[in-house]
Design a binder for this molecule. Structure first.
Ligand SMILES: [Zn+2]
Length: 374
């Protein structure tokens, strides 16, 4: 991965390359980003840049160090990542070799993938992934050796928030005083779940989500998606490139139609139909469920813009806009805010694997009540 493989994020890239050029690289950095931010790819690009033998504004991409880093096999770039089925039996060494192979293949095939994608990729079990205490011992052992080829060692820890507490405590000392020529890059999507003692030992680099335009042009240029489709996907993805890419082949679905039917049913207090809709929602895959909620939240936002007379800012077009215009007559600001909040809560619970049927039904009944105050 090179910086040029990542769309946008010009300022972050400059910040990182300037630190290398000026020789003031922090020894432990924490790349912080929301779910969907490109902080892992940024860490990979940064490692490539650090090791590159002929760097300019970006890694050269062709030197011996780059050719290894681009395949994720550079002996001085080390990775620590969560696993959900850690084995401790006699096959341990073989398991480790296999999982390292899977990890490299995963990074090549899904460079913007998230934890779920990774777990699915290597066939992990459906339970909480962790970085084990054993892993923290490995970190210390690995870093006690001299670099093999590069002047530096780079240790990328993906999702340190999933470290077992004893693992986290195990690396505090080395994080504070890393061996010479060692750079730690911790990559987190949930900084609020990290131990304060970890955070305080690192320099924070915030990786913002991409802009809609950046996601859109990446889809058009790198994934050959038609412009209007890329625009629709980008709006749904809200800066999450991984989600946008998954969306390309995912059946686009008629979220608009579904949303209209759903709102009419809520209005009409047709409780039997709401139960059926909850069952239908339950049957969708996780990505479609999420998209449906995101679509609905976007639609509510559009309705709010319509009500408040800021309709020039509406992003909807055509049929969708007609519906928004008609629909907005049934709403007031208070109802919108309440409904939006309910959608947001449902989204939250769904991400935490609550029952989709119960979440949807509960939300529908509350929205119905909001729309029909007694
Ligand atoms: Zn190079």
């Amino acid at each position: 991965m090179r910086f040029s493989s990542l769309p946008g994020l010009t300022e972050t890239k400059k910040l990182l390359t300037d630190a290398v050029k000026g020789n003031h690289i922090a020894h432990a950095q924490l790349f912080v980003g929301a779910e969907g931010a490109l902080n892992l790819p940024m860490a990979l690009a940064y490692a490539t840049y650090l090791h590159c033998l002929d760097k300019g504004e970006d890694a050269c991409g062709v030197c011996s160090a780059c050719s290894k880093n681009l395949k994720f096999i550079h002996p001085d770039t080390h990775f620590v990542f969560p696993l959900s089925n850690v084995k401790n039996d006699k096959d341990d060494e073989r398991f480790k070799a296999d999982i390292t192979k899977s990890w490299r293949a995963f990074l090549l095939e899904q460079p913007f993938g998230n934890l779920d994608d990774w777990t699915n990729y290597y066939g992990g079990e459906d339970k909480q992934a962790l970085i084990s205490r054993e892993e923290s011992r490995e970190i210390i052992k690995t870093l006690s050796l001299k670099p093999f080829e590069s002047p530096y060692k780079v240790m990328i820890v993906w999702q340190p928030e999933l470290m077992h507490p004893s693992a986290a405590n195990g690396i505090l000392k080395i994080l504070e005083e890393p061996p010479p020529h060692t750079y730690f890059i911790l990559v987190t999507n949930a900084v609020d779940r990290l131990l304060p003692t970890i955070i305080s030992r690192t320099q924070i680099v915030t990786i913002p989500l991409l802009l809609d335009e950046e996601v859109e042009s990446c889809l058009v240029e790198k994934h050959i998606v038609e412009k209007s489709k890329a625009n629709r996907i980008a709006r749904l993805a809200e800066g999450n490139l991984n989600l946008a890419i998954q969306q390309i082949d995912n059946e686009e679905g008629d979220h608009a139609q579904r949303f209209m039917d759903w709102m009419r049913t809520c209005f009409g207090k047709k409780y039997g139909a709401l139960v059926s809709m909850a069952e239908e929602f339950h049957g969708l895959d996780k990505l479609s469920q999420r998209n449906m909620l995101t679509y609905s939240m976007n639609a509510m936002r559009e309705v709010l813009l319509q009500i408040s007379g800021a309709n020039k800012m509406n992003r909807s077009q055509g049929e969708e806009l007609t519906f928004i215009e008609r629909f907005s007559k049934q709403f007031n600001v208070e109802k919108i805010e309440k409904s939006f909040q309910l959608l947001n809560e449902a989204h939250y619970h769904l991400e935490r694997n609550g029952s989709a049927k119960m979440i949807f039904l509960d939300m529908s009944l509350k929205i119905s009540k909001t729309l029909n105050p007694s």
